[in-house]
Design a protein around this ligand. Sequence first.
Ligand code: DGL
Length: 267
Amino acid sequence: MSNAPIGVFDSGVGGLSILKSIREHLPNENLLYVADSAYAPYGRLPKEILHKRCSHIADFFIKQGAKAMVIACNTATAVMAEWLRSEFDIPIIAMEPAIKPAALATRAGRIGVFATDNTLKSERYQKLLAEYAKDKKVFESSCEGFVELVEEGDLTSLKAFQLVEKYLQPMIDEHVDVLVLGCTHYPFLAPLMRKISSQQVAGNQELHIIHTADAVSLHLTRVLAENNLLNFKDQEYVHYFTSGDAKEAENVMSILMEQPVTIQSVI
Ligand code: DGL
């Protein structure tokens, strides 16, 4: 059982930001990654469809003998995590925007949050704000177009630069000193965000960008250890699947993983 795979999924390729971190922290683990790119973005998908997709992907992992599952998607977590946990009998690791660490890190008391509409509207996110950021000023944006940029593997074009600037500039103007990336697609745009913000924010007011990939990997490690599920044999495989076009996914995922990857199709 301990060499059974861990299933990791996202609406698309964004969850690869989590997969990368899992590979670093848990290099022995066999992994399955599903990019539900045919249905991305989840950020504006009606709840019923989100429900169908998440349950379909979880069934797929169970059929593949997965020992644990990581919802590498803030949106799917916000809407579906509780239901998935009630339906599936394996450990399920979920995501949440890093509001707590942001509240601890901000000196200005001003936090920016980039996350999808569904995440920002969710009860889970509102609870996080109420619990940890009541006394902070929080500025939010759903950054329309970011998910599509990353789905295209476009991290460096002029179009990408201008779109990132469009959403980052208002945060800089509001003197936000901590920016939470509450969508797993967005860390791939962090180098552009750093470039833009470093040209404008001087000295100790540097913008601190945080996301939860490493925290999720550490939590996964703990949960596997507690359940005697850590794999101490060598890693045998990392398999990648997409519900979208496999050829296209191969190009984009190879860019994001910084190595050639082969993709299989799932429905
Ligand atoms: N990567 C996802 C998240 O973390 C979803 C983005 C989307 O499909 O809208 O929220």
